[in-house]
Design a protein around this ligand. Sequence first.
Ligand SMILES: [Ca+2]
Length: 448
Amino acid sequence: MTAATAAPVTAQGAPVRPPNIILIVADDLGYGDLGCYGNSFVASPRLDRMAAEGTRFTDFVVSWPACTPSRSSILTGRYPQRNGLYDMIRNNEVNWKFQFDEETYAVSPEMTLGLDLREITIGQVMRNAGYATGIIGKWDSGRARRFLPLQRGFDYYYGFANTGIDYYTHERYGIPSMFRGNQRIKEAGHATDLFRREALRFVTANQDRPFFLYLAFNAPHGASTFDKSAAQSPEQYVHVYGPAANPRMAQYAALITQMDETIGALFDLLSRHGLDENTLVIFTSDNGGAGAGKNGPLRGAKAQLFEGGIRVPMIARWPGRIPKGQVSSEFLSTMELFPTFLAAAGASPPAGVTLDGFNMLPVLEGRARSRRTEFFWQRQSDKAARVGRYKWVESKQGGGLFDLSSDLGEKRDLSTERPDALQTLRGRWAAWRKEMDEAEPRGPFRDY
Ligand SMILES: [Ca+2]
């Protein structure tokens, strides 16, 4: 490493370099989709090794059971209902095979809606703290130029701006959707391979200064293309599963294995650059598994407020700081990421901004219990609350009151047995909803 860095120095003149931070987010990866979370089919050797070299968490939740709002909480550290991005930014006409052209796409919701420009992103605070900031992969927080990462605190952007693409053509239902910076580009290659190239480039280019990399894969999400039968997984990863494997399962698992290999290449690079000991890496998913995805013992799947939609894998690795090979059942969420990264960077929280999480570094380090005791969800008319061991769900797919400490699969409704607990959770949910309603209005959905 060269000494040509603007990092602060100690009284003795030694450089004080805050840690690099890499946040890796998979797309629609279920709670039971990795070897280290009990999957015996999927090959995920590097993530399993990450868990062996760090700590794996079993009670980690996201703020919404699908992409856009869940990611809005990662970016802002706030409930979607507070930051205003509490539903999908999606051109639903594609569900009925409507084919947008450039002109109709340009005035569609996908093109015109985004994360409220008054929201402070993790990119902004990390850049203000002196970090090189990069996002590679899925942004999903607005496609118009004013919403793109370079205008939202990131120095470096390579990826797609909306909620999904074809892995090979990088089109979203026929519309070219890959960006470098503010420019749309077209190049050949599988999206995961391109994100791998870019992630390795970003780390190498910034090895001599603190960097924050948000690596947001679209794997193993289904492709946003009309032809759902088109192969989206490279043969070399499908072959891992052998000729006898169910083709649909092998295609899905191959996307995870390819992503896993990319993450392994990133760890190898950190090691080569001597950055292992000074880099906090967190791996998670934006929501529960769908389709061929597995959610282990959990009830429900993506788009639902049962645990299968909102509880996801989370692995944290920071050699020398986070214990090796531990499994933690501490209750944590993606809203803890924002304040945790700030704390690791030695940066102050943005003034006047209500954050819904807390610094979980002491929990990751195994030094403290989690401060989180409750969490609330709303997806359209579906509602859920978690208070301690109890979870209440009221949704189109069913509901009830469940004791997660003895019934992780949400099978036994305790509503009539424990009316007191039911009343407490409904009351806490209503108080949360009131707080959200009274928060400063935010677009694109509640800007009035
Ligand atoms: Ca997703």
